[in-house]
Write a protein of this length. Structure first.
Length: 312
């Protein structure tokens, strides 16, 4: 079991690996299992499959591959954003943010114990072909939510911002525009209000968050709550890219794919076979982070395997 680097991958990457390759992956990386990967995998229970397979077989196969890895479940981004906005700073140091730890002490030594996560327990059940009714309900709800997502409305709402002489020419321009909004002091109050709504911060926390913001001198969001600012930038970037026509509004699944970017501060390597990730993830990486994608070149999945696993 590897201690690192910390790797995030989406479902498309895991589907491209064989069980043996998943074993090798575990020798080189520590996996950050995002809530989105967990839900996407679960949602396959309601997906039509071919080749004589059952949805249960597909999900069980993915669970089998993750079972051989050193996997940590990351806390959901909405929970982290709420804490960040309340003043509990979220460390964005390319490490997994885990929940449910218990403080322990023996003599002068102190530490934290993490019990097995519910996600890990679920993967164990899925590997054995055991699925709870509530998990099937969640799968149906997830697929229904994507099917009912109205990206056309998002496009119309944000279209006025990306028209005219200053119209963005590419996704890099969209990213710069979103960063500019986040760092504009004249927009700081409106940005904070939009962030609370967009990221789903509990309504009962809003007064305390606004009071803390005022007491801090009404700063821009990246200075006030850096992780919440990152998550909001991802969502604003997506909405603007939809409105400008750089990301297809006809594919609701794009919303799920872009949500992986909320977790980029908690990894060192992000790997995917998804074209949208190839176009967007590099725009959000910082420092020594790396994106690995091989689908667009000759060799496809094989190139991705080699990039992740070397010549093994």
């Amino acid at each position: 079991m590897a201690a690192g680097p910390i790797l995030i991958f989406d479902k498309s990457l895991l589907e491209a690996l064989s069980p043996d390759e998943a074993v090798w992956l575990a020798q080189f990386y520590r996996v950050n299992m995002t809530p989105l990967f967990f839900v996407e995998t679960l949602a396959d229970l309601e997906k039509e499959v071919d080749g004589g397979r059952t949805p249960e077989h597909v999900v069980g196969r993915l669970a089998e591959k993750t079972s051989v890895m050193g996997v940590d479940a990351n806390v959901h981004h909405s929970r982290l954003c709420a804490g960040d906005l309340m003043g509990y700073r979220v460390e964005m140091r390319n490490y997994v943010v885990r929940g449910g730890g218990r403080s322990v002490q023996k003599g002068e030594q102190k530490g934290v114990i993490f019990d097995e996560s519910e996600e890990s327990k679920a993967l164990g059940r899925w590997r054995a072909g055991e699925f709870m009714d509530v998990e099937r309900q969640h799968a149906r709800a997830w697929r229904a939510a994507l099917a009912n997502l109205d990206l056309e409305a998002t496009s119309e709402q944000f279209k006025p911002l990306v028209q005219g002489e200053t119209r963005p020419k590419n996704l890099a321009d969209i990213k710069r525009f979103a960063d500019g909004v986040m760092n504009d002091p004249a927009l700081s109050e409106r940005t904070l209000g939009a962030t609370l709504q967009t990221l789903g911060a509990p309504y009962e926390l809003w007064p305390a968050i606004f009071e803390r913001w005022k007491n801090a001198g009404k700063p821009v969001l990246p200075a006030f709550a850096p992780y919440a600012a990152h998550a909001m930038t991802v969502d604003l970037f997506f909405a603007l890219a939809i409105a400008a026509g750089f990301i297809a509004k006809e594919r609701p699944s794009n919303k799920a794919d872009i949500a992986y970017l909320h977790y980029l501060p908690f990894c060192m390597v992000f790997a995917s076979m998804d074209k949208l990730h190839a176009r967007t993830v590099p725009l959000f990486l910082t420092g020594k982070q790396q994106f690995i994608w091989g689908r667009g070149s000759e060799g496809g999945a094989e190139k991705t395997r080699r990039a992740l696993l070397g010549s093994t």
